[in-house]
Design a protein around this ligand. Structure first.
Ligand code: R5P
Length: 302
């Protein structure tokens, strides 16, 4: 008898969809995504989804604008083709940092993106460590079926297994990273944690101000949600070594590693760099597939 569950992956989610289907022993389906010669997106859902409970996985990076079109078109079509239920897993949610009109006339991108998701009326939208800084209630934007999961415990497990750290302390590079630093510290057995002070000069440039943190002669686990241009991590490494830190392990959930970010951070001599595979990168050593699989089991299959 054909299973009622089907896992599908978009062009930034196929690898996760395959891993999740293996972990849960459910069918993995195919979607063809191509570009027409004029750059418009062509999508075809190959499997028959009528009457099925479908889980669709796609990250909105790299090429966020293309991934948004692909994701929204696919989710809409899954409903249109008669899927009984449609769940969207968006491991990396784009535009979460454009959550305010910082300068007159600016587009508040995340509000519009959330409305696009809401209008499709999927049965659940799941994301991972979305950049919730000024957004206090994401459900007010995305609707009641929105869930923000965290991959920090998985990163912490990796740190525990792979590094012998001396007098470790967890540090976040800025005020909003306190949420991730706190969870990382708890998962590592109640370590001390603190944050630095960051001032953003431009999209590419930040200044880290030396906060009153005591890292002298200690190993530091530096944790943030996103590495984009690498400026935040590079400047934090510089500040922490200036404060006398022994070694600094760079960790993050979403390694976008735009341009030369990887080289930039490496040049400041971190002990190592570790991220999850919400977005595939050279430092994606921790898979979020078990987190997605567990969530499907608990929320969707039970
Ligand atoms: C924003 O504050 C985020 O939490 C990250 O700190 C930021 O996106 C990192 O950007 P970049 O790598 O370009 O400094």
């Amino acid at each position: 008898m054909a299973s009622k569950y089907l896992v599908l992956g978009g062009s930034s989610g196929g690898y996760l969809a395959i891993m999740v289907s293996r972990l849960l022993g459910i069918e993995y389906g195919n979607i063809v995504v191509k570009k027409f010669p004029d750059e418009e997106t062509y999508i075809r859902i190959v499997n028959d989804v009528a009457g099925k409970i479908v889980v669709y996985i796609n990250s909105l990076q790299p090429s966020p604008n293309d991934k948004i079109i692909e994701t929204i078109y696919t989710l809409y079509t899954l409903k249109d083709l008669g899927a009984e239920k449609v769940y969207a897993f968006i491991p990396y949610m784009a535009y979460a940092r454009q959550d305010e009109r910082f300068t007159a006339g600016e587009v508040v991108s995340i509000e519009i993106l959330a409305k696009l998701f809401r209008d499709i009326e999927t049965d659940g939208i799941y994301t991972i460590d979305m950049h919730l800084h000024r957004i206090s209630d994401p459900r007010a934007l995305f609707g009641e079926n929105f869930y923000n999961l965290t991959a920090i415990p998985l990163l912490a497990d990796y740190v525990k297994k792979h590094y012998e750290l001396d007098k470790p302390i967890v540090i976040g590079p800025d005020e909003e990273s306190l949420q991730w630093a706190r969870v990382m510290a708890e998962c590592l057995g109640g370590l001390k944690y603190d944050v630095l002070i960051k001032k953003r000069v431009s999209a590419e440039e930040v200044i880290i101000e030396v906060a009153n943190v005591d890292v002298s002669d200690r190993d530091v686990i530096l944790v943030d949600d996103i590495i984009s241009t690498g400026g935040t991590m590079a400047e934090s490494l510089k500040a922490l070594y200036n404060l006398g830190a022994k070694r600094v392990l760079v960790t993050c959930v979403h390694a976008l590693l735009v341009g030369k970010a990887y080289e930039k951070i490496l040049s400041y001599k971190p002990l190592d760099m570790v991220a999850t595979d919400t977005v595939l990168s050279p430092i994606s050593r921790v898979s979020i597939a078990p987190l997605i699989a567990r969530t499907i089991e608990e929320d969707i299959m039970s």
